[in-house]
Ligand binder design. Structure first.
Ligand code: SAH
Ligand code: SF4
Ligand code: F3S
Length: 453
């Protein structure tokens, strides 16, 4: 039985796409290799959002493809956003590379890789007679191909891609170039997929999209509700599913109907990852983000009114071209004002062919790093004090399985998306259990199942 190993970089969307690719290999008789050394096909699903992400994947693939001790028949492929972005150029960087597959061709990976492998195994064909294969064209309805899940025992949680691509043009961002135009899947197919997951025992689904609340944009409102809110309503009715999440929403198109969903839909979890990017309106404008801080803050306030225990997390870019000390301080003040439960802070990374890469006032790396470090301290202090307040409370924890750090313990998440490590028998995996929080080390909570409240 041939085997495949897939290494995934980047966002949840990439994780989900990798699962679809893995599904296609497994349903055609491949096994999943535990590591690259045992695999006949080695694939890397890549990210291009920052330079670091690209360098990491390039370095790793370069190293793997030049291993002397690997069998000659092994097929090497790069897929995902860096594949889409760099295309054939990758064959020059990594001569032993066989395959480059873009973000609208995930459903082709199995066939391409398997064809190469079979040829090599059965016709004594030697490697690299200039037989690189690359597929990076756009394909209509490719978003509908991301719909199968690997069966996993006691799986608690699953990602569901409800759309692909992005129709915005944030001046720093490569994603519209790597993922193409915004395209939504039909609601009926999404509902079917989630019903199948529920039938397998999955309790939580996270809907994925670059601007997930623009799902079904262009469809008329029904009773004042967008296609996205109507999808949430329909998902809320699926028996077996206990928790709904989505990522990432954007202030654009974030209407009262979505705020009200937090009042009406009990399965919607009390957490939202809501990227703000900057606390300075001047920088937001240069970023071509079509909202101002006042609007972002207003939505946060409305959400907290609708759901008082809502945890809010965010993405922030520091060191965007032209960012002054005062702009940076505005971001810091915003963090203090919103009291984020957590924030991912990124140092601006110039991406080729994006407008910000050639804007005046590029910030020196040391200043970016200093702002990153300073902001992280503010973010962490808030996160730590919020978690400390949970000690002594009882939280509903969806148990995901053994903890990565200590296989004798279990790991799960609260509705606010906080990780909890708990004691308990392994068969709690996939269940929602009340847990009394005994301790917080800052970012992780610890506790044990609680009988009384
Ligand atoms: N669609 C999402 C973001 C997807 S990219 C949204 O608009 O909210 C994930 C995060 O990467 C972004 O929120 C942004 O903070 C960061 N990012 C994107 N391009 C970047 C760049 N060139 N340099 C640094 N960070 C970047
Ligand atoms: Fe990138 Fe902006 Fe689209 Fe998000 S909304 S993916 S940051 S272009
Ligand atoms: Fe990276 Fe592509 Fe996701 S660039 S962040 S993997 S959409």
């Amino acid at each position: 039985m041939p085997s495949v190993y897939i290494k995934t970089y980047g966002c949840q969307m990439n994780e989900r796409d990798s699962e679809q690719v893995a599904y296609m290999f497994v349903s055609s008789g491949y096994s999943l290799a535990r590591n690259e050394d045992e695999a006949d096909v080695v694939l890397m699903n890549t990210c291009a959002v920052r330079e670091k992400a690209e360098l990491k994947a390039l370095g790793k693939m370069g190293m793997l493809a030049s291993r002397r001790d690997a069998p000659g028949h092994v097929v090497y492929g790069i897929m995902g956003c860096m594949a889409q972005n760099r295309r054939e150029e990758l064959f020059r960087e990594i001569p032993r590379l066989d395959l480059v597959v873009g973000t609208q061709k995930y459903h082709r990976v199995f066939e391409l890789a398997d064809t190469l492998l079979q040829r090599r195994l059965h016709s004594a064909e030697s490697v690299n007679k200039g037989q690189h294969l690359s597929e990076t064209a756009e394909e209509k309805d490719a978003q509908n191909a991301i719909r199968n899940h690997l069966p996993r025992p006691a799986q608690a949680s699953a990602f569901v891609s409800i759309m692909q691509g992005c129709g915005m043009n944030c001046s720093y961002c490569i994603v519209p170039a790597t993922r193409g135009a915004e395209r939504s899947r039909p609601a009926a197919e999404i509902l079917d997929e989630v019903r199948r997951l529920a039938a397998q025992g999955v309790r939580e689904v996270t809907l994925l999209g670059q601007i997930v609340n623009l799902y079904g944009k262009g469809e008329p409102l029904v009773g004042g509700r967008t296609a996205f809110v109507r999808l949430l309503e329909a998902l809320n009715d699926i028996e077996g599913i206990a928790r709904l999440r989505f990522t990432s929403p954007h202030p654009i198109g974030f209407g009262r109907d979505l705020v009200d969903a937090y009042r009406r839909l009990p399965k919607l979890c009390s957490h939202i990852h809501f990227p703000v990017q900057s606390g300075s309106d001047r920088i937001l404008k240069l970023m071509r983000r079509p909202y101002r801080n006042e609007k972002y803050l207003r939505i946060c306030d409305q959400l907290r009114e609708a759901r008082p225990d809502l945890a809010i997390t965010t993405d922030i870019i520091v060191g965007f071209p032209g960012e002054t000390d005062e702009d940076y301080l505005e971001t810091k003040r915003l963090v203090e004002r919103v009291q984020f439960d957590n924030a991912f802070i990124f140092q601006y990374s110039p991406r080729k062919d994006t407008p910000a890469a050639v804007m005046p006032g590029q910030i020196p790396p040391r200043l970016k790093a200093a702002r990153n470090h300073d902001l992280l301290q503010t973010v962490n202090a808030i996160a730590v004090s919020k978690n400390a307040r949970l000690v002594g409370t009882v939280q509903e924890v969806l148990v995901e399985g053994p903890s990565k750090g200590n296989a004798k313990k279990l790991s799960g998440r609260t509705p606010q998306n906080k990780t909890v490590i708990l004691e308990g028998p392994p068969d709690l995996a996939g269940q929602i259990v009340p847990v009394r929080i005994a301790e917080s080390t800052g970012f992780t909570l610890y506790g044990s199942p609680s009988k009384g409240r």
